[in-house]
Design a protein around this ligand. Sequence first.
Ligand SMILES: *Cc1c(COP(=O)(O)O)cnc(C)c1O
Length: 370
Amino acid sequence: MVDLKSQYVKIKEEIDNAILDVIDSTAFINGPEVKNFQNDLEKYLNIKHVIPCANGTDALQVSMMALGLKPGDEVIAPSFTFVATAEVIALLGLTPVLVDVDANTFNIDPKAIEKAITPKTKAIIPVHLFGQCADMDAIMAIADKHNLFVIEDTCQAIGADFISKDGKKKKAGTIGHIGCTSFFPSKNLGCYGDGGAIFTNDDKLDDKIRIIVNHGMAVRYYHDSIGVNSRLDSIQAAILKVKLKRLDEYAAARNNAARYYDNAFKGNAKLKTPSHFEKSTHVFHQYTLVTNGFDRNKLIEHLQEKGIPAMIYYPVPMHLQKAYLDPRYKQGDFPVTEALSNSVISLPMHTELDEEQLKHITSSILEFIN
Ligand SMILES: *Cc1c(COP(=O)(O)O)cnc(C)c1O
């Protein structure tokens, strides 16, 4: 699905030197590379504060801790997402309130959010799924009206622009009160291990978050709140600094591959190509088709025989996952999410796809369905 090796080979010298410099300095934890990468990312995102942390899941957890959410508080999230979003809500003793998504963008449906709000609702976590922003204009309007926090899960959409109704462009993750991202190797900005970051324009939240990721400690060995240990390693920060410079170029390569796929499948009644939401650019973390009228598992088998990987993101909606079964939800509650779980398929998507590979992938798919 991703070709990290070819991408590495192209920047090998720069990456190797960055890693060797950290080893040479032996400043493995909180070395200057972490601060340098933080500054670069703040500039790139045009945001006041970036707080590096250990992974995207921690970023979400720490955000909810910093907002002071308490057990029993309700947090609204989409049912069609990766588990981490709902997981940390539950882990903190908060109540995940799942809602349906939009059939075209796969992102949380603002109308469904409004319907799910109760006096206990404290926050909304929109997930910018597959690389395209949710409708942040609508979501921020709802949040303002009901006095709710918004935590953007931008683990899949770093670098995407949201174009607000006033024409202003903002980077995904910088619109809500807090943004969260992951630097897992296969993400659009991936390091060579685990990593993550939290974004905010709020000075007070920045202070709180920095204390929480450091064992609840502002002054060494004085712990004013309960925190966690969540750091980005210096080596990972050094790698990310090299890769951040190329993030826009990488997004362009992904868009080129997406265009090739779009053209190949255009007008095909059995495959719906990804919708382009007019308020967002797309960074194609995934290229996801909606299938219609054939057995997608047979297609996956057919592709496997030809050495082509394909994946289903996500085969089971959150409200039907064993760990999250809840008497409030039953099969049929979120028809769009359920239909997507039963019909989507994601194709290989990365920065190194060449025309020959794209041709092989698309012709193998068309040969199967036609
Ligand atoms: C990857 C991902 C996460 C979790 O990130 P990790 O770094 O793996 O903890 C959370 N939410 C979404 C939508 C993701 O894609």
